[in-house]
Write a protein that binds this ligand. Structure first.
Ligand code: NAP
Length: 256
């Protein structure tokens, strides 16, 4: 119930999917939570549902690829809740499912802008608040696609590999400030992102779902809560000796 009591978490892409599950679990565990997303209706609805249950949750419109948006939203969240000591860099897109030689520069850049530069901007503007608070936990959503390859979505693989190593660099830079940074590497989790990605394969959706499920030794895809509980753990003091690490939650996908 109180694993995150007294903590203030900023989470990007918290309006639906993994982010929404993490918002819910962090709030239930006692954190004040700032949702930053572009999906305004869903974000406001989640914030008011959880606030109605007595939790401290508020929504800010924020495109993580826009530094001014990020700076304003994070500063405003710190002002509203008193400080910021948890940042969950969750917003991300899978991008176009084309082989490398067919991709345009614009398609490549958009994925890097949201998945990589968004993590940079949010980290940059959360760090001063964490230094002020004297502690911090940065949780970056990488992927199994940041650990191993597959013959699809090249810009996404590049972005998630970058996020994995950005996490380790920030872990080393900010360890003296008592700020930890860890990455999470989910297997396929059934969310709007995965549904959208499977639709790009051109296969029947049910057949594509079954084939994707079969890639995991446990025999099924994960659900958003499987990742949300990992986020709660990394945000909490239960993980206080953990930094620069990779938390792989993938139903055995990378165990081959
Ligand atoms: P999702 O269902 O698509 O949710 C992502 C959220 O981020 C959405 O609310 C999305 O809004 C938002 N977002 C996108 N671009 C944004 C921007 N520029 N600024 C602010 N918010 C933005 O995705 P998910 O499956 O929950 O994935 C969450 C994270 O986990 C991602 O980083 C993803 O790469 C990673 N991950 C997911 C899986 C999986 O299987 N689901 C596996 C490995 C890693 P819109 O809907 O408007 O774009």
């Amino acid at each position: 119930m109180d694993r995150l009591k007294g903590k203030v978490a900023v989470i990007t892409g918290g309006s639906h999917g993994i982010g929404a599950a993490a918002v819910t679990r962090m709030a239930e565990e006692g954190a004040s939570v700032a949702i930053l997303d572009c999906l305004d209706d869903e974000g406001h609805a989640l914030a008011s549902k959880l606030s109605g249950q007595g939790h401290q949750v508020a929504y800010w419109h924020c495109d993580v690829g826009d530094e001014e948006n990020v700076k304003t939203a994070i500063n405003s969240a710190a002002e509203k809740f008193g400080h910021v000591d948890v940042l969950v860099n969750n917003a991300g897109i899978s991008g176009p499912n084309k082989p490398t030689h067919e991709l345009t520069e614009e398609e490549w850049d958009l994925v890097q802008k949201i998945n990589v530069k968004g993590v940079f901007f949010c980290t940059k503007h959360a760090i001063p608040h964490m230094k002020k608070a004297g502690r911090g936990s940065i949780i970056n959503l990488s992927s199994i696609y940041g650990l191993v390859s597959a013959p699809d979505i090249p810009p996404y693989h590049a972005s998630k590999g970058a996020v994995r190593l950005m996490t380790k660099t920030d872990a080393m830079i900010y360890a003296p400030d008592n700020i930890r940074a860890n990455s999470i590497h989910p297997g396929f989790i059934w969310t709007p992102m995965v549904e959208g990605h499977l639709k790009t394969t051109g296969e029947d959706l049910e057949a594509a779902k079954q084939a994707t499920a079969a890639l995991h030794p446990l025999g099924h895809m994960g659900e958003p809560d499987d990742i949300a509980w990992g986020i709660v753990f990394l945000a909490s003091e239960e993980s206080k000796f953990m930094t620069g690490s990779e938390l792989v939650i993938d139903g055995g996908y990378t165990a081959h």
